[in-house]
Design a protein around this ligand. Sequence first.
Ligand SMILES: Nc1ncnc2c1ncn2[C@@H]1O[C@H](COP(=O)(O)OP(=O)(O)OP(=O)(O)O)[C@@H](O)[C@H]1O
Length: 290
Amino acid sequence: MTPGAPPVQVRELAKSYGGANAVGGISFEIHEGETFALLGPNGAGKSTTIEILEGYRDRSSGEVSVLGKDPQHGGLDWKSQLGIVLQSSGESGNVTVLEQLKHFAGYYPNPRNVGEVIEAVGLASQARTRIGRLSGGQRRRVDVALGIIGRPRLLFLDEPTTGFDPQARHQFWGLVNGLKDEGTTILLTTHYLDEAATLADRAGVIVGGRLVDIGPIDQIGGPGAKVPIVRWRQDGVVRSERTSAPSVLAARLYAEAGREVEGLEITRPSLEDIYLDLVGAHAGAAEDAA
Ligand SMILES: Nc1ncnc2c1ncn2[C@@H]1O[C@H](COP(=O)(O)OP(=O)(O)OP(=O)(O)O)[C@@H](O)[C@H]1O
């Protein structure tokens, strides 16, 4: 890899399945040590993109470089620098968590300590349990453990916390923050927008195989997207107004009412609100075009 080159470079990547475009020419880069979230509705093309970057799927056209190599020609040495948590692993269950991790650790030149990884994913009490006896969420933690055991430079997390309870999800976020601190570059897909907001430095939003927005996570949707919403009740009717000076509006409402304003609430759109607006607008535009 050329020194200073981004670990992931994607130029005009396209993939069609039997004539149907799943990915229609997308371009993005992921920089060293960055966590990049690829967001989008079901069927948008996220997994197809990730699988192409991982070398599991070929592309129809475009240029892709991952850790300095074209994934279609990445060798074992290249592969050992990747950590992969697929959407579903199909991990079968006759071996214990400890045995499985020890086995996989043996494939890598500089693996993490197996006990520490088991502890980090919250499976210390299940270390000697057969994987087949774990709950769905616990098996998902095994997938995550297998993804990080090789101390990857680049980690792919495809919907990593599906099936996690809220406590496990928070624990997982702590784990990812630790990996970030160590300088791991991460590509994350998730349908949990709070997860993306917490973990990602930048995001790309993909709809119908096209990248409709990309940028720092707090700038997704553009400057207007974060304008606060003021809601209040007047004559029994809920009213709302978007303004970048919400306290000025609140003060005016208070002056006009001459008393506490009923149901007054000032909120800023969350990443989820912004994402839903963005996806709604682009999905609608795509339908109009069709
Ligand atoms: N092997 C395949 N053969 C044919 N079509 C496929 C294949 N894999 C995916 N597709 C289609 O390509 C499109 C993109 O699918 P993809 O799995 O990449 O979406 P996604 O964004 O990962 O969705 P999800 O959020 O549901 O995981 C979909 O229309 C899907 O039906």
